[in-house]
Design a protein around this ligand. Structure first.
Ligand code: ATP
Length: 349
């Protein structure tokens, strides 16, 4: 049973349709990310769920109840924004207690809830501090505590990590997810950072031009992108121009060399795509695709070596694991890379 349901949601600003027939069912306790480039409409969807923006058409139900006509404070939603929106003149404890006070929760209960929330975010001693005495990451954790203190039914996170530096961002990802799991709170997270979306979410909604292009688990989104846009937006992708010789057996030609993929393909010219990690160093007869080309770049990154190899005009990126007994190939040397046909992503849509 869906806990949060969004049906045929549309939003236009004047003649600009920024959200188009958006549908989403979120299960109770699920963590969903809305992922997409700037301007794709993800914040607008979130703001409609929060009640800051009203839909042009469509339905939003929380726990079976239509909330479209309700004001934000009637929706039982907690929200955390990109910029630290803490009240600077209030202590951490007062910030966390703020919503509870507005809701008329008594003092003893408020204090107990503040202690519980500060423990939850790992800042049990920071109650008397003021926001300016905290780091950016700590401030965002307090913002999260403040949003959660009122025990909302749904948590909405609008790029809450984007103002933080890279290291803190990564550690806060895990913390937010842990807190979200502990509370079992249904969450929608807006981000344009694919790594954030893939690493944190139960399911990801990839948006483009106001449309949800794919709604799926991170593994599916990455390995089986539904559209060309999703394939290009999420992760790195090598495109290989190929001519299909025999669609049923999957015989193709790349730069004059034929390969038998053993899987059916659409006929004509197709764009084949491969993730950099699907290419392996060295010829391997057990893999259907063996591609020989010239090394044009070698980036030694430590655990991984990123190679650029020119194969019949296709500039391929290959990520190969570092092995102390096998130094990386030399620049301009000729190498063969192999890949399994099952790792190919066929781009048609
Ligand atoms: P970003 O990551 O940059 O915030 P986004 O995917 O969240 O992007 P939205 O903020 O939802 O995108 O904006 C979608 C489109 O709607 C944009 O073209 C934006 O200019 C437009 N838009 C958003 N709010 C308004 C508004 N109040 N009035 C007019 N146009 C708006």
């Amino acid at each position: 049973m869906a806990f949060l349901e969004i049906e045929h949601l549309e939003k236009s600003f004047g003649t600009n349709r920024v959200v188009k027939d958006f549908n989403l069912s979120v299960a109770k306790g699920e963590f969903i990310s809305l992922l997409g480039p700037s301007g794709c409409g993800k914040t607008t969807v979130l703001r409609m769920v929060a009640g800051f923006e009203s839909p042009s058409t469509g339905a939003i139900r929380i726990d079976g109840k239509d909330v479209v006509k309700l004001r934000p404070n009637q929706r039982n939603i907690g929200m955390v924004f990109q910029a630290y929106a803490l009240f600077p003149n209030l202590t951490v404890a007062q910030n966390v207690a703020f919503g509870l006070k507005v809701a008329g929760v008594g003092r003893a209960e408020r204090e107990a809830r503040v202690v519980e929330m500060l423990r939850l975010i790992g800042l049990p001693d920071k109650g008397p501090s003021y926001p300016f005495q905290l780091s950016g990451g700590q401030q965002q954790r307090v913002a999260l505590a403040r949003a959660l203190a009122v025990r909302p039914q749904v948590l909405l996170l609008d790029e809450p990590l984007s103002a933080l530096d890279a290291k803190i961002r990564v550690s806060l990802r895990a913390e937010i997810r842990q807190i979200q799991r502990e509370l079992g709170i249904t969450t929608i997270f807006v981000t344009h950072d694919q790594e954030e979306a893939l690493s944190m979410s139960d399911r990801v909604v990839v948006m483009n031009g106001g449309v949800a292009e794919q709604v799926a688990e991170p593994f599916e989104i990455y390995n089986r992108p539904a559209t060309r846009f999703v394939a290009n937006f999420v992760g790195q992708l090598n495109r290989i121009e190929a001519r299909v010789i025999a669609p049923t057996t999957g015989e193709i030609e790349i730069g004059g060399t034929r390969h038998m993929l053993g899987r059916s393909l659409p006929s004509g010219d197709v764009a084949l795509a491969l993730r950099p990690e699907a290419l392996h160093m060295g010829a391997d007869p057990a893999r259907e695709l063996n591609l020989t080309g010239q090394v044009t770049e070698v980036d030694f990154l430590g655990s991984v070596i990123r190679l650029r190899v020119d194969v019949a005009g296709n500039r391929l990126s290959a990520d190969v694991f570092n092995r102390p007994d096998a130094p990386p190939p030399a620049l301009n040397s000729t190498v063969t890379l192999s890949a399994s046909a099952s790792d190919l992503i066929i781009l048609t849509a």
